[in-house]
Design a protein around this ligand. Sequence first.
Ligand code: AMP
Length: 285
Amino acid sequence: MSGPALRLAVPNKGRLQEPTLAMLRDAGLRFEKTDRALTVPVANVSLELLFVRTEDVAEMVADGVAALGITGVDLLEEAGLDLETTAELGFGRCRLVAAVPKSSAAASIEDLAGLRVATAHPNATAGFFARKGVDVTLVPLRGSVEVAPKLGLADAIVDLVSSGSTLLVNGLRPVTTLLESQAVLVTRPGAAREAGVAQVVTMFQAVTAGRRKRYLLMNAPAAAVPAIEHIIPGLEAPTVVPLAHDGMVAVHSVVDAGELWAVLPELKAAGASGILVLAIEQMIP
Ligand code: AMP
């Protein structure tokens, strides 16, 4: 890359910060983060990190202050700006759900019609109910939304949850999911076609693709290869390398991380042994 460094807006604190920094390092970016600096240069790529509040990332990208940004899908929806999602990063997963007190009879989104709904996500919530044609009265709050029904402030809430345990602790029951969220890499529409931006997008896509896969190596009798190929569809055909011992081969392949524990016993049953499972740092198709 040449010319002035591109800016990447990233969370300066909160839940998304640590996993974002981990992903930047997995992408091979070298930088020294200090608590004070708002901008931090990347030593080995023409890129500058701009540390801002997670909820300001979308605005920074829309305004052109940063060429790229990392934020949550929920915050994008809340900001209502026209941005393009160029990579789903696989962390910061949560859901925006509508919930009611356990004693409530509401069982569907329609049952919330006419009710007061407390939320710290008023735009995303208003958009969702408008699209469903369900009329509710929003009670915008900045925090502690889950106690609003107990305080008599609202009949229902809309809040972000991951496990749902906070809802349970507060005597609430989910009724519907408004939005599935995770951290994403965003740009202005069309900007990902510019050479410098495209390179950064590829970096993140390569890391996220690698995280979803595992590299498998195993020894097996040559006669077992067709059965092994059947078990592991792989990226393409598996690599099969002859070993010094007669009739034995080493098989290399890539599997979905989520399928690993289903596949391993099948491979053993097919005759594979000495199975190694390796992480993939980056994967570029
Ligand atoms: P922060 O308020 O800075 O900690 O970041 C909040 C962001 O983290 C949200 O906008 C979501 O994108 C993400 N997130 C992931 N899991 C959760 C959760 N259980 N509750 C709230 N936010 C979450």
